[in-house]
Design a binder for this molecule. Structure first.
Ligand code: COA
Length: 262
């Protein structure tokens, strides 16, 4: 399936269960206009519809930008309506982080401001060696409006977040990797991202969803609270068909498991 919205392209591969959303405003380096923020949410909804089908359901999403850039941040030409913009901006971040399947950011070129915040709302980030990441809002007299400093503090540390947000400098993918802002800087970004998405898509979906939930909770709780939370996630998984399927595959050497999300 392929669908074009005003500012995104949405694809779903029925063989693998992998969806792909391409931010498609290349003339503005895929800057986040109100329309683009709405279209990201709508694109996720379109992909989520596949979960209602009996055929292959959506199991992983790749989020990327058209024509060699991920996203140059909030659309500066729409800044007059800043209060409305900030609250609207939060919606697509929340939608990504609460989306029931993992979202993988494939980062090429510029990944700045709200673009970096969008990537950090995703579960996994892979970056091209030439990508440039940063939070340039300080030069507009602002702070990152959708949690950029908080995200970097959680993924790395508050000092790294302060350095990046206070200078507004662009950092390299290698530096972002050192700081833990991206998972990997692979030699072949497209092949690695696709292969990773397909791997995740082949795993038991309820366990993957619980891991997403757990990883997000870890950033917000003490270790003790987090472990208690994981215990609650763990118990219901014991009763799933996929747990039995996985156990059977472990017991029978040549049995290839097929996980159905139940
Ligand atoms: N909002 C709206 N339009 C943007 C944009 C943004 N955040 N970032 C880039 N664009 C537009 C430019 O206005 C330009 O449009 P034009 O061709 O109609 O003039 C086009 O995208 C290409 O950008 P340009 O600045 O010419 O490319 P560059 O390679 O010289 O510089 C950047 C690239 C990313 C360094 C530069 O565009 C930039 O600093 N953008 C703003 C980044 C930012 O501050 N984001 C956070 C906003 S809170």
């Amino acid at each position: 399936m392929q669908d074009s919205l005003a500012t995104t392209i949405v694809e779903f591969d029925e063989d693998t269960g992998v969806g792909r959303i391409t931010l498609n405003r290349p003339d503005a380096l895929n800057a986040l206009s109100g329309q683009l923020r709405d279209d990201i949410v709508e694109s996720l909804r379109l992909l989520e519809d596949h979960n209602d089908d009996d055929e292959i359901a959506l199991r992983a999403v790749v989020l990327e930008g058209a024509e060699g850039n991920f996203c140059a941040g909030a659309d500066i030409t729409e800044f007059e309506d800043s209060a409305a913009g900030a609250s609207a901006a939060r919606t697509h971040f929340e939608f990504i982080s609460q989306f029931p399947v993992p979202v993988i950011a494939k980062i090429e070129g510029y990944c700045l401001g709200g673009g970096l915040e969008t990537a950090m709302a995703c579960d996994i980030r892979f970056a091209d060696a030439d990508a440039r990441l940063g939070l340039p809002e300080v030069d507009l007299g602002l702070i990152p409006g959708a949690g950029g400093v908080q995200y970097i503090s959680n993924l790395s540390n508050p000092a790294a977040a302060s350095e990046i947000a206070m200078t507004g400098d662009h950092i390299s993918a290698a530096r972002a990797d050192e700081l833990g802002l991206v998972n990997r800087v692979p030699d072949d970004l497209e092949a690695t991202t696709q292969e990773f998405a397909e791997t995740i898509a082949s795993k038991p979906p309820l366990a993957i969803q619980a891991i997403k939930d757990s990883a997000q909770t870890a950033a917000q709780t003490t270790l003790e609270e987090g472990i208690a939370y994981d215990n609650k996630l763990f118990e219901p998984l014991l009763a799933t068909e996929d747990h039995k399927e996985g156990a059977r595959a472990f017991a029978e050497d040549d049995y290839e498991p097929e996980f159905n999300g139940r």
